[in-house]
Design a protein around this ligand. Structure first.
Ligand code: NDP
Length: 328
């Protein structure tokens, strides 16, 4: 294959252009593993890259897409051989290194994890960075000592990708889950994933008081800004919030009161540069713990030619759950 189908972002006089086109093999970047990409997905960050609404792309031309599953074509890396099924999440792919929305990718073998035997490529991308990040957040809260008997766990951005996966994982582990959403029409969907209570996200969007009534033992937050500040101010004594997103803003307009008066912890979650050991542990747990029926219920499939059209929708909070992209 001298050239292959790809979505390509080019720099323009004003901003950028994006199109589904062909890309020359010779222009792939350096890497010791070449992969025949089979499945990808759309994450919030992919929406930012394709629309250019935030400076996610730092090299032009760029093939966007931060996640893929595929089969190794050629490898000079000791861990990988032709025919291996692999997952890639993050590491700057789709930002500084040519990414996933293409029939072929060349990357560093050190970035790859094996596709768990119990997951299909499509399922792994239905999970994607969103689901793997939700798992990292759950594991981080567990390391903090969180147990189901300590009280409910709140999930914000509930009907989005990270939120839907987090609800499913937490409910599967026996936690009582409170889902915060701006889409009350998705209440039945969220209950189907395992949420016990639905709250309107507007209840968390006013400026936060230093301390408010204690409501939850922990939380997984995709939203940031005043939502995260409110979450902290309503966390029970000794509890923790895992912060992974900024869908509502990058600021954090709160006070130190929850930390110094209630011993509350704010735990940061990063999926992009996360260690191989943690990644593999997260994927093993996703393989064994994530309810496949619920995963399917939160997933919609599109083709490569539909990706550009969906990029704006995810930034506007109009995508429910997860989207998988069939690259072939
Ligand atoms: P989605 O768009 O699927 O979900 C985000 C959800 O947040 C929306 O569905 C919506 O949920 C809610 N939301 C959107 N806009 C606002 C707003 N203005 N105010 C309050 N709530 C809002 O994105 P993902 O789940 O893929 O990602 C969620 C966040 O996590 C993003 O900011 C993303 O960048 C970040 N992220 C970070 C990672 C990391 O490594 N730290 C990895 C993966 C994602 P609802 O309609 O239910 O209210």
């Amino acid at each position: 294959m001298a050239s292959f189908k790809a979505i390509v972002i080019e720099k323009a006089d004003k901003g950028q252009t994006v199109s589904l086109t062909t890309f020359d093999d010779a222009n792939l970047m350096e890497g010791d593993v070449t992969v025949r990409v089979e499945w990808s997905t759309i994450n919030y960050k992919d929406g930012l890259a394709i629309t250019g609404k935030a400076p996610v792309v730092r090299r032009f031309p760029m093939i966007p897409g931060v996640d893929f599953v595929g089969e190794v074509e050629t490898s000079s890396h000791p861990d990988w051989k032709s025919g291996d099924k692999v997952i890639l999440n993050g590491w700057g792919v789709g930002e500084t290194h040519l990414g996933a929305y293409a029939e072929r990718a060349r990357v560093k073998g050190d970035w790859l994890v094996p596709l768990p035997a119990g997951l299909s490529g499509r399922e792994a991308m239905a999970i994607g960075t969103a689901g793997y990040t939700a798992m990292l957040a759950v594991m981080t809260l567990e390391r903090h000592g969180l147990r189901p008997d300590q009280g409910p766990v709140i999930v914000t951005g509930a009907a989005g990708g990270v939120g839907s996966a987090a609800i499913t994982l937490l409910a599967g582990l026996g936690f009582t889950v409170i889902a915060s959403t701006g889409r009350p029409q998705e209440a039945e969907y969220l209950k189907g994933l395992g949420a016990s209570e639905i709250i309107d996200r507007n209840a968390l969007s006013e400026p936060a008081r230093p301390l408010a009534k204690e409501r939850w033992a922990a939380g997984i937050d995709s939203v940031g800004s005043t939502t995260l500040a409110n979450l902290l101010s309503m966390t029970k004594y000794g509890g923790a919030i895992a912060a992974c997103g900024l869908a509502g803003g990058m600021d954090l307009p709160g006070s130190v009161a929850p930390f110094i008066l209630r011993g509350v912890s704010l735990l940061g979650i990063d999926s992009v540069q996360c260690s191989q050991a943690l990644r593999r542990a997260a994927w093993r747990r996703l393989e064994s713990e994530l309810d496949r029926g619920k995963l399917e219920a939160m997933t919609r499939q599109i083709g490569l030619s539909d990706v550009i059209g969906e990029a704006g929708a995810i930034l506007e909070g109009r995508v429910r759950g997860r989207i998988v992209v069939n690259i072939r």
